[in-house]
Design a protein around this ligand. Structure first.
Ligand SMILES: *Cc1c(COP(=O)(O)O)cnc(C)c1O
Length: 429
């Protein structure tokens, strides 16, 4: 078994160690808190690791800005959601300044932008009745769209797409007409990691007059995103996954500049108001991206997003993508070498160009296998009914960790260790 990466036998551990020795991003691993050096963490796509600099920054914000500065610190804090939004835009999202805001969570931001988009479309064409997403989209996305459709008497259509194939204009063809009001898609499928063709889909949707909202939660920090170049108009996403902003870190939203005056998001809060501290009678939002703010931002969370994004910016998205490609290629090669005979099946695109930074493996015993892996010091996650999802965040995962995790996975299943565990499922998987 040879690897496309270096022509050596990848089933030998030393070849993974060699990849680490040659890794230009190896320095990044030391930038994160590693409480247990023996733990292999393959869940950075659900909750990223803690950067050391974030600890220092949070202590500084808490002690100096909050503890000493008290309310005087709002002078600086008030501009942070836009400033950090610009950082995300420049370094991770391919968006020029003034189009990205850090605020709320992804669910709320999707609601805000999808509602604004629907109001805009329906004001021009009240006969458009269709809201579309794919059945495999992340649950909160489907629920938000279901709720919006119900509130407006529209129909939500869930497309049954091949989860292993990239989403292209061709597969959306049946809904791209003048019945469509809103289409919402994830750029990277949360289960299979299949990538959607953002620029192609934007070009195909534009002539229909419908709006398109992207969810970038499993993409940002894992693959280079080029919102401006792709002609995207609306997007949302998480910062606690690959951006390493921490549990509950505020999300972001993107509204293309030329749409900012036209779209009006539905939560009219005082943080979007002109002369906010004038406490005026009527809502009169600021021009620009700031009108998408609602209430008081989580200042500590915003600071953690800035620290996490700054670290990725130093590494550079192109280098992070190269490493991610190397990691998922190694994982897939080891799957092919070791796991196929043990009942596994690759449940992610085989073509690396069509894949994000996690790999899903299907196995009928995936749940018990995931529990046995955790007991063996490897944290994957389980996504029902039969998926083991292995996230290989490029900033925090080494090639040797991928090799060791796959080796332990092989031993567990070959030896039947998982069969001794209960099949009863925990609440959080
Ligand atoms: C993780 C994730 C979310 C989570 O939304 P929250 O509001 O932060 O809970 C939403 N959408 C996608 C595609 C995700 O991967």
């Amino acid at each position: 078994m040879t690897s496309p990466q270096n022509g050596t036998d990848i089933t030998v551990r030393a070849s993974a160690q060699r990849l680490d020795a040659d890794d230009p991003l190896a320095w990044l691993l030391d930038e994160f808190v590693v409480a247990d050096p023996n733990l292999i963490y393959l869940d950075g796509n659900s909750l990223g690791r803690l950067p050391k600099r974030t600890l220092a920054r949070l202590a500084e914000v808490a002690e100096q800005e909050w503890g000493a500065g008290l309310i005087r610190s709002w002078h600086d804090w008030i501009g942070e959601p836009q400033r950090v939004g610009d950082l995300l835009g420049a370094d991770l999202l391919g968006a020029a300044a003034g189009q990205v805001l850090v605020c709320d969570n992804t669910t709320t931001n999707l609601y805000k932008l999808a509602a604004a988009a629907l109001d805009d479309v329906l004001a021009r064409a009240a006969d458009r009745r269709l809201v579309v997403t794919d059945r495999g989209n992340f649950p909160t996305d489907r629920y938000v769209l279901e709720g919006l459709a119900a509130q407006r008497g529209l129909r939500l259509r869930l497309l049954d797409l091949d989860p292993l194939a990239p989403i292209t204009p061709a597969v959306l063809e049946p809904v791209l007409d003048d019945r469509l009001a809103l289409l919402s898609l994830s750029l990277v499928d949360y289960r299979s990691a299949a990538l959607a063709d953002m620029a192609g889909i934007e070009r195909a949707v534009a002539p229909t007059g419908a709006h398109l909202v992207w969810d970038l939660s499993h993409a940002v920090g894992a693959i280079p995103v080029e919102l401006d170049a792709a002609g995207a108009s609306l997007a949302v996403g998480c910062t606690y996954k690959y951006v390493n902003g921490g549990p509950g870190a505020p999300a972001f939203l993107y509204v293309r500049r030329d749409l900012q005056e036209r779209l009006r998001q539905p939560i009219w809060g005082w943080f979007g108001q002109q002369a906010q501290f004038g406490m005026g009678d009527d809502y009169d939002p600021v021009p620009g991206i700031g009108q998408n703010a609602t209430g008081t931002p989580p200042v500590l969370g915003v600071a953690a997003v800035a620290a996490g994004a700054g670290l990725l910016a130093e590494a550079g998205m192109a280098a992070l993508r190269d490493k991610s490609v190397g990691l998922t290629e190694l994982l897939v090669a080891l799957h092919d070498a070791w796991l196929v005979d043990l009942g596994f099946e690759l449940a992610s695109p085989r073509d690396v160009a069509a894949r994000g930074s996690h790999v899903s493996l299907a196995h009928p015993e995936a749940y018990r296998i995931s529990q046995a892996l955790i007991a063996a010091g490897v944290i994957p996650d389980f996504r029902g009914p039969d998926r083991l999802r292995l996230g290989v965040a490029p900033a925090t995962t080494s090639y040797t960790q991928v090799w060791d995790a796959m080796d332990r996975l092989r031993s567990i299943v070959a030896g039947g260790a998982h069969l001794e565990l209960s099949a009863a499922r925990a609440d959080v998987t």
